[in-house]
Design a protein around this ligand. Structure first.
Ligand code: ADP
Length: 449
């Protein structure tokens, strides 16, 4: 096992990793920008190192500064969390070159899945169903129109290096295609430094269903069921739950077994998520995330497996904690991502939290790094915290969530709490009857179909 881990992240996920380290008896090193000197992860870690000024590129993405921090503190491993350097294959390799463990998958798998075109090709080879679309990148010499017509409109133009919903444009009909191609390519070029784009059939009313996996890197891999992340705004997840209201046991077992088998063949190492769109009883692979995800607590609540702790154990050479047959999914869990944003315009609302009262009671969990008097800096994501609720049934879970949302107090800044309080009372949500475009339609005041 590792003796000391450097946590190359901030906010709630840094705290989440710190908690797992404490339980394992591993010493922790926090890193922080000058804007985060008062952050909770810094206060609770055994040691801390300031790695640069506020902008992420000068601090949390600053590889030389991180390496220096590793050297000074004598850690043997680095946990990247999510975002920042978590899916940077080169970073994983550099750590290896310095005799440091990267707590994550093999660099080759990060690289492979980071390129969505290659990821789709690999998925297809491994027997995973994919969204119909172009064979590879659509270049200047390709007849994009002919490819799009073959797929059938509407089509979605997607960035090969995309992430966070950026570099994605819909072409409803033939006349929109050229504009969608050039806008997506430009956005992809400026966001990811890679202008390559590909085409996909644009699904009308799918759900976003993702399978959590855990692999030992030696050919052992299990799946831990699914999370339904269909409630999204601008392709960003807002509310996640598991099990999906749309799947039955047979459908879950079928897709889970397909994914677990693929991970065994790949010899995948650590935690990962294979993401699908699900429509009319069919699954379509869209991408794989090779890291711990924001919504991982949903799975933890219904399986009783500490994903971050297992991720660390497995990175240190440990075995899978249980076999597939021993995985027991019990009850229901929902996570709400409470952001520091205006609940109508979604304009970020950084600033000082004047009053803070997190909800409590049976089945209620808060993963957050804020406290009363904490100032949310304007430089990073606007997550205030994740409210995660568990119940024996979906009905009990919703009942508890309603109560917990009403109990939660965050004053001094604007938050998306009012949106969640409304959503938890919406008939379509209560019935579990929603799809990936539902939330945008609801927010636009359209009758969500
Ligand atoms: P990113 O890596 O940017 O998050 P994803 O490929 O994971 O991109 O897609 C994010 C979201 O965009 C999906 O959850 C879904 O809502 C939407 N999306 C992606 N592909 C399609 C598609 N072919 N049809 C309809 N919606 C899609």
């Amino acid at each position: 096992m590792f003796d000391k881990i450097l946590i190359a992240n901030r906010g709630e996920i840094a705290l989440r990793i710190l908690r797992a380290c404490k339980e394992l008896g591993i010493a922790t090193v926090a890193v922080h920008s000058t804007a985060d000197a008062d952050a909770m992860h810094v206060r609770l870690a055994d040691e801390s190192v300031c790695i640069g000024p506020p902008p992420s590129k000068d601090s949390y993405l600053n590889v030389p500064a991180l390496l220096a921090a590793c050297e000074i503190t004598g850690v043997d491993a680095v946990h990247p969390g999510y975002g920042f350097l978590s899916e940077n294959a080169r970073f994983a390799e550099i750590l290896g070159e310095h005799n440091l463990h990267f707590i994550g998958p093999k660099a080759e798998h990060i690289r492979l899945m980071g390129d969505k075109i290659e990821a789709k090709k690999t998925a297809r080879k491994l027997g995973i169903p994919v969204v119909p679309g172009s064979e590879g990148a659509v270049g200047a010499n390709d007849d994009a129109m002919a490819i799009a017509q073959k797929i059938g409109f509407p089509v979605l133009v997607k960035a090969a290096s995309g992430g966070g919903g950026r570099g994605m444009k819909v072409a409803q009909a033939a006349e929109d295609l050229m504009l969608a191609l050039s806008t997506a390519a430009n956005e992809a070029k400026s966001a990811f430094g890679d202008a390559s784009v590909y085409l996909e059939k644009y699904l009308q009313k799918p759900r976003h269903i993702e399978i959590q996996v855990l692999g030992d890197g030696r050919g052992g891999a299990i799946h831990l069921g699914e999370r339904d992340c269909s409630l999204q705004r601008r392709h960003q997840k807002v509310w996640e739950e598991g099990p999906s209201p749309a799947l039955d046991v047979a459908a879950r077992q079928k897709i889970g077994a397909t994914v677990a088998k693929a991970m065994q063949q790949m010899k995948y190492l650590g935690v990962g998520t294979v993401e699908f769109l699900y429509e009319d009883g069919e699954f379509y692979f869209i991408e794989m995330n090779t890291r711990i995800q924001v919504e991982h607590p949903v799975t933890e609540m219904i399986t009783d497996i500490d994903l971050v702790l297992e991720q660390i154990r497995i990175a240190a050479g440990g075995d899978l904690p249980i076999t597939q047959d021993e995985v027991m999914i019990h009850g229901h869990s929902i996570e709400c991502r409470v952001n520091a944003e205006n609940p109508v315009s979604f304009r970020p609302s950084p600033g000082k939290i004047m009053q803070y009262h997190p909800p409590g009671g049976l089945g209620v969990r808060i993963d957050s790094a804020v406290y009363q008097g904490y100032v949310i800096p304007p430089y990073y994501d606007s997550l205030v915290g994740k409210l995660i609720v568990h119940g024996k049934t979906r009905g009990e879970c919703l009942m508890r969530l309603r109560r917990a949302l009403d109990e939660m107090v965050v004053e001094g800044i604007e938050t998306t709490l009012p949106l969640f309080r409304a959503l938890v009372r919406e008939p379509a949500i209560i019935d579990g009857d929603y799809h990936i475009h539902w939330l945008e339609q609801y927010l636009n005041g359209q009758p969500a179909a």
